[in-house]
Design a protein around this ligand. Structure first.
Ligand code: NAG
Ligand code: NAG
Length: 603
């Protein structure tokens, strides 16, 4: 028996059935009948029990008034003791590497990588159950899986595997492919992977040359009237193409998540052209600001304006928020325009999207869905839906709090931060961040111990207020019903966002619970996603055991999920957060002070 069952303490009520179905209020009341106990006797008993406790607490606080302040700090996840020093300093006892757990994670990486290598080397994607590879296009592979995984090998010290991967890149990789590729995915996975491999290999020129070649092929996508890049690129033609579904639309995430990679390439090469293109995008976005400060998921590539469409922190906009903060971090806090844009966006998120669930008071983010009325007016409907994607946001808010929300010099923020380390805004962001990390952890409270792709939270309109003493769980997987094929929302596809936040939260607090949660998630992946013959697979329903697997191993398992898990148990001197910024595919890029200045001034 492993320890994770005890770690996964249910915050609300014991699960009544394996599937958290989308239930009507009537359904809930019915379910609650399963808990037949004499509630009235329990009610009075619990009331009477409180009296001595209140008396003792009162006396204690009378003699120890500072305890209240300490309690408030504990609530915020803050430290009331003395400073421990800069973020995750090596040698700090709380950051001692855990060799055994690191080894287990390295074994998992080898299980994934070596089966890919055996069955599909050179193919973009891997299908572990059928033990074969496939390419994104018929024009041939572009090293999607290999390049995405190389920096993880370097970090884990897998030298032999790394050498074989490098050999493939040197002799077989070719970007001259006459087909359409996603601008965004190619940038974050391949360009990001090459740049990170360049840095971590000690500046192996192979990678920089390839990065320049690839970036030059991508660059023409920015030649549009707004400066927003086209969604697709033909790498052989060196030409941008719209996506076929909505030719004039691009998603906010895909245009605003190229900046770290192109800017670092400019820094490395001394050639400003990459930087200027992606900075133009940020100017366009800044000018397009909507009155409430939020960003819709779609923009018009011709006009450069936001198009009425969903507003959320999840898919199609998530990494826009991530990169606002990270652009500020990347250039060593020298570009205040990104801090302003970030603070503006996070204010708006707090004003409109952050909500609490009714019973367990779980903090979550809602979505706003536009509705066009017959009279032409637009209104926004709040939908309590949170993508797994959003789970990056808890850690990101915590990181932002110690950077844009620090009341002291950043290097003086202690670990964990003290209340006095923060401005009012910093305190708010830190608190929301820690609460969101916990919520994401709590959504792992499923039959498999893995979180679904999308969760919905209960709101009063569901009729939950009627259910009285018996609280239903605060969240559910929409459309999941016993005996029916699980909905899209019920899947776990090896996504990294929760462990990403756990890694950041651990580095910023030294709080061991984040390691415990990460370990529990790792064990659940081992138990339910591992394919015996090699590799790991997505599962189609997190609330079903034994789990049903799907024949796909996403590349972000090796580039992100296993890397973040490994770093969670590694010494804090490996990829320290005050020296690196990780791109949205978890490729670490060094923070630098720009030696080339560009023209983006805050107007
Ligand atoms: C995918 O592309 C790679 C690299 O060009 C090639 O070696 C491999 O055979 C291709 N695989 C498939 C299934 O087409
Ligand atoms: C960032 O700026 C600080 C001064 O504000 C400097 O001490 C530090 O070396 C810079 N870091 C990098 C990586 O340039």
């Amino acid at each position: 028996m492993s320890s994770d069952a005890s770690l996964r303490k249910r915050k609300t009520q014991p699960k009544k059935e394996p599937i958290r179905r989308e239930s009507s209020p009537a359904n809930d009341i019915q379910n609650d009948d399963d808990f037949d106990i004499d509630t009235s006797a329990l009610f009075w008993y619990t009331r009477i029990m409180w009296i001595p406790l209140i008396l003792v607490t009162g006396a204690f606080l009378y003699y120890n008034p500072s305890a209240l302040q300490d309690a408030a700090n504990v609530f915020l996840g803050l430290e009331s003791e003395d400073t421990f020093g800069a973020p995750g300093v090596s040698g700090d006892l709380r950051f001692i590497p855990d060799a055994q757990k690191k080894d287990a994670i390295v074994e998992a990486f080898k299980h994934a990588w070596r089966s890919y290598e055996r069955d599909a080397m050179g193919c973009d994607e891997y299908h572990p159950i059928s033990q074969q590879g496939s390419n994104l296009t018929e024009a041939g592979g572009i090293g999607y899986t290999i390049i995405d995984s190389m920096d993880t090998m370097l970090i884990m010290g897998l030298d032999e595997d790394y050498k074989r991967a490098r050999q493939w890149v040197e002799t077989r990789l070719n970007f001259d492919r006459d087909a359409l590729f996603s601008t965004f995915e190619t940038t974050i996975r391949i360009l990001g992977g090459l740049l990170s491999a360049y840095h971590l290999s000690g500046n192996d020129p192979l990678y920089l040359n390839l990065a320049v070649d690839l970036a030059n092929r991508i660059l023409p996508v920015f030649d549009t009237s707004s400066g927003l890049p086209q969604s697709k690129v033909n790498l052989a033609e060196r030409k941008g193409y719209p996506n076929d579904e909505f030719p004039n639309l691009v998603t906010t995430a895909e245009v605003a998540t190229l900046q770290l990679e192109f800017r670092y390439l400019s820094y490395l090469t001394g050639n400003e052209k990459y930087w200027i293109k992606v900075e133009e995008v940020m100017k366009t976005i800044k000018e397009a600001r909507m009155p409430h400060g939020l960003a819709s998921i779609y923009m018009d590539v011709d006009t450069g304006k936001f198009v009425p469409s969903a507003i959320r922190l999840g898919s199609r906009s998530d990494s826009y928020y991530e990169y606002l903060l990270k652009q500020y971090i990347q250039t060593n806090n020298t570009e205040p325009v990104y801090k302003d844009m970030y603070d503006d966006a996070i204010d708006a998120v707090h004003g409109h999207l952050i909500k609490k669930s009714p019973y367990a008071r779980m903090t979550y983010t809602s979505e706003l869905i536009p509705e066009q009325h017959p009279n032409g007016q637009l209104s926004w409907r709040l939908t309590p839906k949170q993508d797994h994607f959003v789970c990056f946001f808890g850690g990101s808010l915590m990181l932002g709090a110690i950077i844009t929300g620090a009341a002291v010099e950043q290097s003086l923020v202690s670990v964990p931060p003290k209340k006095t380390d923060f401005t009012v805004i910093g305190t708010r962001d830190w608190q929301t961040g820690t609460e969101l990390v916990r919520t994401c952890w709590d959504t792992h409270d499923t039959a498999t111990g893995l979180a679904p792709e999308v969760v919905h939270f209960r709101i009063p309109e569901d009729g939950i207020e009627n259910t009285n003493m018996h609280t239903p769980v605060d969240w559910y997987i929409k459309g999941a019903r016993p005996g029916e094929f699980p909905p899209y929302d019920a899947r776990y596809i090896l996504r990294p966002e929760t462990v990403e936040s756990l890694f950041i939260a651990f580095r910023l607090t030294g709080d061991n619970k984040y390691r415990e949660w990460g370990w529990s998630i790792f064990q659940a992946i081992e138990r339910h996603c591992k394919v015996e013959t090699g590799g790991y697979a997505a599962i189609i329903n997190v609330d079903e055991v034994p789990s049903r697997q799907e024949d796909k191993m996403e590349t972000f398992l090796m580039s992100e999920t296993l890397k973040y898990l490994y770093l969670l148990f590694e010494d804090a001197s490996v990829i320290p957060l005050d020296k690196y910024v990780l791109n949205t595919e978890a490729h670490p890029l060094p923070i630098f002070t720009p030696n080339i200045r560009t023209s983006f001034v805050d107007s």
